[in-house]
Every structure is written in C-alpha cells, then in structure tokens.
Design a protein around this ligand. Sequence first.
Ligand SMILES: Cc1ncc(COP(=O)(O)O)c(C=O)c1O
Length: 433
Amino acid sequence: MSTTMADRSRRLATRIGRATGTTTRDAVGRPASHRELVRRELAAYADRIDLAGLVREHGSPLFVLDPDRVTTQLLALRRELPMARVHFATKSLPHPAVIRAVDAFGAGFEVASRGEIDLLERAGIATAHCLHTHPVKTVADLTGAYLRGIRTFVVDNPAEVAKFRGLPPDVAVLVRLSYPNSAAKSDLSSKFGVRPEDAAPLVAQCLREGLRVAGFTFHVGSQTASAAPWAHAIRRTLALMGRLEAAFDVRFDTLDLGGGFPVAYDEPVPSLADLARGIRSALDGVPDRYRILIEPGRFVSAPAMTLVTRVIGVAERADGRWAYLDQGVYGAYSNIPAEDVHALVFAASELGGAIGGERGEPGGASRADDRARVPVTLAGPTCDSVDVIARRLPLPALAEGDLLVSPMMGAYTAATATSFNGITPTPVVVVPA
Ligand SMILES: Cc1ncc(COP(=O)(O)O)c(C=O)c1O
C-alpha cells in the first residue's frame, strides 16, 4: 500500500474516533448502548461522506461503498496479525472497487469459482498468488484456474485428489480440516473438511499421486466471536503437521487460518486486538518456515457498505404498525435469512445532519427528538410473508418517503441478493476518493 493511502486511512480512522469515541455515556451518565454508539458514528460518517448528497444523486435503495473502510480493516489485520498474509475472501463482496483497494494494499485474494477469477482478471490482478479454496470443483474449473495462473488449491476428500491427475508438478494443495464450531453464525465444518484424525490417508494419497501438499487450512466458522476456536484449531493442526512431517518425511510450508473474523451488527463483538492476542499465543513457537495465511471476508467487507432504503408504504395491522421498504430479505438484507445476522436499522431522522432532514431532503434538523418512538415492523417489498427485516423495532414514527440507514452492510448482502418478485437489485455507488 502506498504511504499516501496509509496516511489517508489513518487520518480517516482518527477523524471517526474524534467524532464518536469521546463520549461513551448517555445524557444521564449511564454507559451508552451499542446502538447509541453506532448511531453516533453513523451520524458523523453520513455527514462526512455526504450521504444525503449521494442519495439525492443516486436515489434509493442504495448501497454506498467506501474503499477507505476496506483499507482501514486491512490495516487493523496487519497491525494485530503481522505474521499473516491476507487473502481477501472475494465472495463476501465481489466488487471492482473492493478488489482495487485490496490489491492496492498489497493483500491477495481467496477465490472459489470461475466467476471470481474473471472478476480479478478484469481488474488486472495477477492470479498467481490467489488461493483457490473450493474443496469440490469440476476438472474443467480446476484446469481453467490452473491455466489462468492459480497454483494453490484445496482438497478435502479422495475423489477430489484424483481430479489433479495430469496437471503439471507446480501445483500445490492445502488439505482442508474440519473443526466444528456450533457457536459460529455459519459453521462450515459439516459441508467441508476432513477430520484431523482422518487426514493422514488423504495426505498419503496426494503424495502417491505426486501432488505437493503445502500444508493445511480450516475455517472456524463465520462471525466467530472468540479466539478459542482458532486457538484449538491452530494447536491441533500444528501437532498434526508435526506428526505427518515425521511419518511421511515431508516438509509443509503453509498454515492457513481461514476467515471467520467477526464484526459488530446488533451487538458488540470482541475487538480484533482481543481475538488476535489468542491467535498469536496459539501460534507461539510455530516453525519459521510456515507461511501463515488468513482469508477474511466479512471483517474486511462488512464495514465497507452502508445501505439506504426508503419507506414505500405504511399500514396498521393486527399486531401494530408496519412500514414497507424498497428492499428486503430477498434483496439487500439477504444476510438476515442466509446468515442470521442483523444489522442495525436507523431512521434517517435519528442521524440528524443533512440525511436526517424531512423526507431525507438536505438541510433539515434531526427529528429524532420530536418524533415519539413507536414499535414498527419493517418489511421488504416482495409479496412473500417471510420478507420481514425486523419486528416491532422502536423507531421514530415512519411515513412514506422516509429514509432508513443500516451500517455494516457490505458482507454477503449485494453478493447474495436476488431479484425475486422482479425487484431490481440495489445499485452500489462508490464514495468518491
Ligand atoms: C474458504 C473460505 N475462506 C474464507 C471465507 C470468508 O469467511 P468470513 O467472511 O467469515 O471471514 C469463506 C466464507 O465462506 C470461505 O468459505
């Protein structure tokens, strides 16, 4: 990453901190709630990036993508886990502006499909240092990825190893291990990975086939809010690597700790500093010749997008007031059903400043105090009854045309949204540099 970019990102983080970090108490001296702290930060951020102006220009619904936030997250990872090379999980937010920011920082990419390789190629990324992590792929996809420059792949079962037959010897594989984690929002260990106790025959098969085993990889589960699963997986994997090196007289060179780093949606999560402390301590004594990799998706991309939606109608139902938005769980809020994560939703009037003006028009004062909070069910625009974003959320009374804002909406949102019911996907606008 260039010095200018690093400086810019540092200045930006300082500015956010100055705007929000000083008062962590509410008006009567109690510690402010998580929602209140996020509201303050979002209000300052909306002013700084002129969110109101972006909505005026581009309309609603709107994803607002801020590449500086990608850089800020990458800086945090570099600071806390300096020994780890980052391969951004492209699937979490496959957008050219994110790809450019990750590449400019000097980080690499994790890909799992032909489409993701296409995206990187279109952005001019050299794919030689990408990881292809899908443990199950067609021979055509594998060969295509090889021809396009990828050399490191993942295997987790015997049938997959056989697919590498005939590829040149400069290919290496990481063996994916499975470590169940029922506390994660998305436990990936039942769909993929070989149990550590079953890894030896797979490694033996790779070696028989002339396939170089570079090392091991795992994913402790997405949105993992404690260092313990990483510490457990790291310790078991290091022990396994030592045993297999002795048994097969080989030397591994890579330990890939996967993704899973959490972000704060509707509740706080442990800081990256806390998680990293546990991870660093588990890595204590790791042989110098091992490259340590991480594949963060959500941690890098979630803070990078802010979602703006608009109320298209309101109704009184048997269970109270409903407000219908121009995006829902089949669209921009697809992370709700897919992952059971719940970004906070703010009425724009709660944010004050230009975005909080009457009907989202600029220049209006905050209406947060002059409107009583009433429980409202926020629904998406489709005809489906599961299309509900939040039930009985206490918000300032909403009227048709009002704007709502959700921060932390970059990961697995635009990437997983559908156009069910013919609803057009939410456009993404990039915050000008
Ligand atoms: C192989 C692999 N690596 C990394 C990630 C990114 O995970 P997260 O977004 O939890 O950091 C995923 C997500 O599914 C994955 O499958």
